[in-house]
Design a protein around this ligand. Structure first.
Ligand SMILES: *[C@@H]1O[C@H](CO)[C@@H](O)[C@H](O)[C@H]1NC(C)=O
Length: 265
């Protein structure tokens, strides 16, 4: 056998060793486009996968998850498979890391591209992965926490402190979200995971989450619960809800994720 033939066989063997997912790759759009894990909605294979998402210069990427079903989240975080979203390329800041079945917040990049990396462990699973939509957005859509600030007429969605699941939130931050549903309906906000925000007497003067509706404060929340839950459900009794997250200049913690649902009056 000639040297060239041997080299070709070696090259093939090397290629076989690198498992490539089918649905990953580089995706560009001027409007909106879908991405999803291999086999979705059947279970994803034991292969890592990367999606690079690009929009035109001057715009930013808005990534909205439609479904998420990945190796279960535990109160210690993602201990098996996970999906991590990076600002820019895979060396960029981690915007968040997710697993389980709580749909992530709608994340925004700071530049015109974002990278999504699915990592898998060695165990057999049976989870369906995710499907998501990315679109071209304006930089001003950011809540201050790298996710969408304004939700209008959505029946459900999620908001979270910056870098949720990946890093602690930052000091001296201010994030603001407004959620609006059709007149006559109201909004229920729930905390399905650990709630880890600095503890302070009556929650003022330190890091806190303030929820209001129709210009009136419903409550201000702080403190830590690692028991897979946060504050009790909050009901707006109005078709609009405003959520503000403020941090002071010392001390950071993992933060929070909250889901909201349109509900009857
Ligand atoms: C991706 O975004 C970064 C800024 O976040 C920018 O420096 C880089 O040039 C962009 N890459 C492409 C391919 O547009």
């Amino acid at each position: 056998m000639g040297l060239v033939a041997i080299l070709m066989i070696l090259a093939c063997l090397v290629n076989l060793g690198v498992s490539e997912c089918e649905n990953g790759g580089t995706f560009r759009t001027q409007n909106r486009r879908k991405i999803k894990t291999d086999n979705h909605p059947a279970s994803y294979p034991r292969e890592p996968c990367t999606w690079t998402l690009e929009v035109s210069q001057g715009s930013v990427v808005l990534l909205t998850f439609d479904t998420l079903d990945i190796w279960p989240w535990t109160s210690r975080g993602c201990t098996g498979d996970s999906v991590t979203i990076y600002d820019g390329d895979s060396q960029g800041t981690k915007l968040g890391e997710f697993c389980g079945a709580v749909v992530p917040p709608a994340l925004l990049s700071t530049g015109n591209n974002m990278t999504v990396v699915m990592e898998v462990g060695n165990y057999e699973a049976g989870f369906t992965g995710f499907s998501a939509t990315f679109e071209r957005a304006q930089p001003g859509w950011d809540s201050g926490c790298n996710d969408l600030s304004s939700w209008t007429q959505s029946k459900r969605g999620a908001i979270a402190s910056m870098f949720y699941g990946a890093e602690n939130y930052v000091n001296d931050a201010y994030c603001r979200w407004t959620i609006t549903v059709v007149t006559g309906k109201s909004i229920r906000l729930t905390f399905p995971r650990n709630f880890e925000v600095e503890t302070a007497l009556d929650c003022s003067g330190a890091d806190n989450l303030m929820v209001s509706a129709n210009g009136m404060e419903i409550g201000t929340y702080c403190g830590s619960s690692k028991a897979n839950t946060g504050p009790s459900d909050i009901l707006s009794c109005f078709h609009e809800m405003t959520v503000e997250f403020t941090t002071d200049s010392v001390g950071t913690l993992p933060g929070f994720i909250a889901e909201f649902f349109e509900t009857g009056t």
